[in-house]
Ligand binder design. Structure first.
Ligand code: LER
Ligand code: MN
Length: 267
């Protein structure tokens, strides 16, 4: 079995969505990730992007964030805005037949108070988030898609850093439609053992982001992609591995060609 390769559409070279996707298709990518900000409240884009991808024989792997607010914001109104936007993006993910919508519960510092000794801020955020996940799972399910919790490294969020933590939230929510992913840049900072984290949690993992340890393109650093891919193949992972990275050289086309050449034999 071969792992399927995807790329964020804005990493392609070209003036238009179609030109960028065609360039990526020609390089051997099977799918693109689309930014939620280009889709929410933009029904024409949803229709046109879908038509373009169908014409090129490409798929949408996932939608990346793009909702306003945050599910763990301090004030209710900002949380509710995120909740409503996430529902809308899940419906769009369904229309695009995407694996899911990537959600980061909160970027940066916690906004809620520490209620120790009653409850620390992580427990409070867990409990609040689980309430939202219980309501969002069925929306994902109805639309044949998933809400994908993405753990990030501690420089980007103080809240959700490991795949194990995401799985505890998924189990606490206990509804279908809530899953997680591994971003090999973030895991390189937060996981003590990346193959272990992928293997133990594989039943809940539906997407993988690819970047090397400095977040440049795979092959420029020290990340052991083969070890991660071996685990994914062992557990019959059937979804995408998808580029989310910067590039070490200015010529993007050359960098992407080099990256595909580096990754392909390992897939
Ligand atoms: C952010 O660092 C990240 O990895 C993205 O996938 C989510 O915005
Ligand atoms: Mn990522």
């Amino acid at each position: 079995m071969t792992l399927k390769l995807s790329c964020q559409e804005n990493l392609g070279v070209g003036q238009t969505f179609e030109a960028r996707c065609k360039m990526l298709a020609d390089l051997g990518f099977e799918a693109v990730e689309i930014w939620g900000r280009d889709l929410i409240g933009k029904p024409d884009n949803v229709d046109n992007f879908k038509k373009t991808l169908d014409k090129l024989g490409m798929k949408t792997s996932v939608i990346l964030v793009g909702y306003r607010g945050s599910l763990l914001a301090f004030d209710r109104q900002t949380r509710d805005t995120a909740f409503e936007d996430i529902k809308e993006l899940l419906r769009i993910a369904g229309k695009l037949q995407a694996v899911g919508l990537i959600v980061v519960p909160i970027f940066g510092q916690p906004e809620l108070p520490d209620l120790s000794p009653l409850m620390n801020v992580i427990e409070l955020q867990d409990r609040l988030l689980v309430e939202y996940l219980k309501a969002l799972g069925p929306v994902a399910k109805e639309n044949n898609t998933n809400l994908i919790l993405e753990p990030l490294n501690r420089g980007e969020t103080y809240y959700l850093n490991t795949i194990d933590h995401a799985v505890r939230l998924i189990q606490a929510a206990n509804v279908e439609g809530i899953v997680t992913m591994g971003d090999l840049f973030h895991t390189n900072i937060e996981e003590r053992n990346i193959p272990r984290a992928l293997k133990d949690n594989h039943q809940h993992i539906v997407h993988i982001h690819l970047a090397d340890n400095t977040r440049l393109e795979p092959g420029t650093g020290m990340t052991n992609f083969q070890a991660a891919f071996d685990v994914l193949k062992d557990v019959n992972y059937s979804n995408y591995v998808s580029l989310e990275c910067g590039f070490s050289i200015p010529d993007r086309k050359q960098a992407l060609e080099k990256t595909v050449k580096f990754l392909k034999p390992m897939l």
